[in-house]
Design a protein around this ligand. Structure first.
Ligand SMILES: Nc1ncnc2c1ncn2[C@@H]1O[C@H](COP(=O)(O)OP(=O)(O)OP(=O)(O)O)[C@@H](O)[C@H]1O
Length: 253
């Protein structure tokens, strides 16, 4: 049992238990443009599944379908056995370009999912402030997004995505625009905060090393569908030798 699945009941109450996600013979596309056919994938509750693939292979498209932003042309996307037909607070999205509301302060951005869930004001203030501190931004509550660096804005996005206690977090190249050092810091922060959650994570990247660092399982999306599915042994053990896995992923790309 991993440290995450062994999380305490308090932690489980703080962030919703992970969502089981299934893609059943899913075909996706835009207008006449078919992107993926017959995609089959089971994502276990609490799993960190990383999707890698070359540009244009459809990584973001798969994420959009899981988020309920894009309807499959065939097949079904199921969350806990129920077809996904629209976005839900249970499935939070984190994007590469920060999607913070520019006119709201850090605190009010992070509060947003709690507000949508109808959490009373005082309670949501406390919860939002605690997530802001958790991502290392205590003292920045009253700043506007434009007053923050790119890395800080991604921290706010992470806090906002987790504050609403989602059962799944869908992350689309969230660190793609950051410099190497900030990216490394964000990867460490993500690993750290994931220990407090039971949420299922689907993370899209084209960086193989990032995939191997974060994943329980790596799915390689070749052109025309899933190429191969690799289990990462001893997830998130920093000193494990992953050279063989890395070579296999690169071979599939
Ligand atoms: N809104 C859209 N309308 C039409 N075609 C689109 C749209 N979004 C994506 N596509 C096309 O769908 C295909 C898959 O795009 P997608 O963004 O899912 O790929 P990706 O693997 O995430 O790429 P990248 O790594 O470059 O972000 C591409 O051919 C792209 O041009």
């Amino acid at each position: 049992m991993s440290a995450r699945t062994a999380g305490s009941a308090v932690q489980a109450a703080r962030v919703g238990a992970g969502l089981a996600i299934r893609l059943e013979g899913v075909a996706l596309g835009y207008g006449r443009h078919a992107v993926l056919e017959d995609l089959r994938l089971d994502i276990a509750p609490g799993e960190v599944l990383v999707i890698v693939g070359p540009s244009g292979s459809g990584k973001s498209t798969v994420l959009r379908a899981i988020a309920g932003l894009l309807a499959p042309r065939a097949g079904r996307v199921l969350a806990e056995g129920v077809p996904v037909t629209r976005p839900s607070a249970d499935r939070a999205m984190v994007f590469q370009d920060d999607a913070l509301l520019p006119w709201r302060t850090v605190l009010r951005n992070v509060e947003l999912p709690l507000r949508i869930r109808g959490v009373p004001r005082r309670q949501r203030r406390t919860a939002a402030a605690s997530w802001i501190a958790r991502v290392g931004l205590a003292g920045c509550e009253d700043r506007l997004p434009r007053e923050l660096s790119g890395g800080m804005r991604q921290r706010v996005q992470l806090a906002r995505s987790l504050a609403g206690a989602p059962r799944a977090v869908l992350m689309d190249e969230p660190f793609g625009a950051l410099d190497a050092q900030t990216r490394g810091e964000m990867q460490r922060l993500l690993l750290d905060v994931l220990r407090d959650t039971l949420a299922t994570v689907v993370f899209v990247t084209h960086d193989v090393d990032e995939a191997l660092l974060l994943a329980d399982r790596v799915v390689v999306l070749g052109r025309g569908g899933v190429g191969c599915v690799l289990q990462v042994p001893e997830p998130r053990t920093p000193d494990i030798d992953r050279a063989g896995l890395r070579a296999r992923i690169i071979e599939e790309l």
